[in-house]
Design a protein around this ligand. Structure first.
Ligand code: PSV
Ligand code: MN
Length: 424
């Protein structure tokens, strides 16, 4: 579904006086407004193809109506989100959940919606119908060479799909690990995994990157073979210059200092990708910024500082993606909320007075350093983010317009009340 352009303009017009008042006030309070607006307009967050349906847990799944029934409909949904917020201009596919049967058509369709193909995701954490070998005891780590080979071949096939779509990165998340002490020889599991990743790395086109995603636990609950950023970095360093670590916010042990992790990975030139979500207990997949917004700000602060220190392009030099899907919300509304939270936090990180912060650090002025960060975090930048969105052709309030246009009702009429999108 597309929203008529004039409906966006009418919606923007209706709220423009209040927006202008807030924006003018804020413009008087902060520096570099035109530059920040340009950075916000440029910044794009990828949407995964598996986040468009209602997620579930092992206790059940309660799909909402009008879920996309195929990849084309998923692209339409992301296109709609992007039309509203102008910040979701990329799609990330999970194979085999979303195999593009006609890549040229899919690529053209995505381009019509202003979308490009972000990192491709392989899946060796589930067995697929007709698959010869089972991943019950792991994939690249497996003691059986045939099973490792099957997992390697799958990843190479995912690269091939990605090439056809114009993607330039492969994200490998392995659920490999063990559930009980003694189950696994840790060294053998690491070596097998490394050898498999090396074969996959060798199949990457020159301009491609591989992201090695880590996760502390789940589905294995005793050990995970790529369990933390140290292990991921070991693999990335051993693989070579096209290999990077991917940080998913939900994949750490409680209270991990994620801002410090991203700072050091950036320092090493080894941070490649980023998955946004929020959580209270584990890999909860909740809406970005809904539980720990200050932590998200501190992470963004390090991302901006670390990327600037290396002269990196904020938009293109890291793969940014939302990785969330949960049980009770309309997924499109949730994604709109997540992208908004990301844009707000990015804007706040751009406000940090870096010269003053460095001076405070040099003087061991702890209070001033904290004040500088909190000053930025406590600034209400919503009118700034909205101004960037309007300039780019989006809606003043994407969520309000989505509801006013009754998008979900329309999708239910078009697709049916009982559809279920592929994913977890
Ligand atoms: C695993 O928990 C993960 O974060 C990986 O990125 C997967 O590809 C994704 O979630 C999909 O479930
Ligand atoms: Mn992830």
């Amino acid at each position: 579904m597309r929203i008529e352009k004039y409906r966006i303009e009418e919606h923007n017009q209706a709220g423009m006086a209040a927006q202008q008042r807030a924006f003018e006030y804020l413009s008087g309070e902060i520096k570099n407004v035109p530059e920040i607006l340009q950075q916000l307009i440029a910044f794009q967050v990828g949407i995964p193809s598996w986040a468009l349906g209602t997620g579930g847990t092992r206790f059940g799944r309660f799909p909402g109506g009008g879920e996309p029934r195929n990849l084309e409909e998923k692209i339409e949904d992301i296109g709609l989100i992007h039309q509203l917020n102008q910040s979701s201009g990329a799609i990330s596919l999970h194979i085999p959940w979303d195999i593009p049967s006609n890549p040229a058509h899919i690529k053209a369709m995505a381009a019509q919606h202003g979308l490009r193909f972000d990192a491709m995701n392989s899946n060796t954490f589930q067995d697929q119908p007709g698959q010869k070998w089972s991943y019950k005891f792991g994939s690249l780590q497996h003691v059986n060479k045939d099973i490792r080979k099957q997992a390697i071949e799958h990843n190479i096939e995912v690269i091939r799909h990605g090439i056809e779509l114009g993607s330039d990165a492969l994200t490998v998340w392995l659920s490999d690990g063990s559930c009980f002490p003694g189950q696994l020889n840790f060294r053998h599991a690491f070596q097998n995994t490394l050898e498999g990743l090396q074969e996959i790395y060798a199949a990457l086109p020159d301009h491609w990157k591989i992201f090695v995603e880590y996760k502390a636990a789940e589905p294995n609950f005793y050990s995970t073979t790529v369990g933390d950023w140290g292990q991921s970095l070991l693999y990335a360093n051993k693989l070579g210059p096209k290999a990077y670590t991917l940080v998913d916010l939900g994949h750490h042990l409680p209270n991990a200092n994620i801002e410090q992790i991203v700072a050091l990975l950036l320092m090493e030139g080894k941070l490649g990708g980023f998955h946004f979500n929020d959580s209270k207990y584990g890999d909860d997949d909740l809406t970005v910024g809904s539980i720990k917004p200050y932590q998200l700000f501190l992470i963004f602060n390090e991302l901006v500082e670390g990327m600037d220190a290396r002269g990196m392009n904020h938009t293109t030099d890291l793969g940014w993606m939302i990785d969330a899907s949960h049980n009770v919300k309309d997924p499109l509304e949730d994604l709109l909320q997540s992208v908004e939270a990301i844009m707000i936090t990015y804007a706040q990180a751009l406000l940090v007075d870096r010269k003053k912060l460095l001076a405070a650090q040099q003087n061991n002025d702890v209070v001033t350093a904290q004040e500088i960060l909190q000053q930025a975090f406590r600034t209400d930048v919503r009118s700034l983010v909205a101004a960037a969105r309007i300039q780019a052709g989006g809606a003043l309030n994407p969520l309000a317009l989505y509801r006013a246009e009754k998008v979900r009702e329309h999708l239910i009429r078009e697709r049916g009340a009982k559809t279920m999108a592929t994913g977890l």
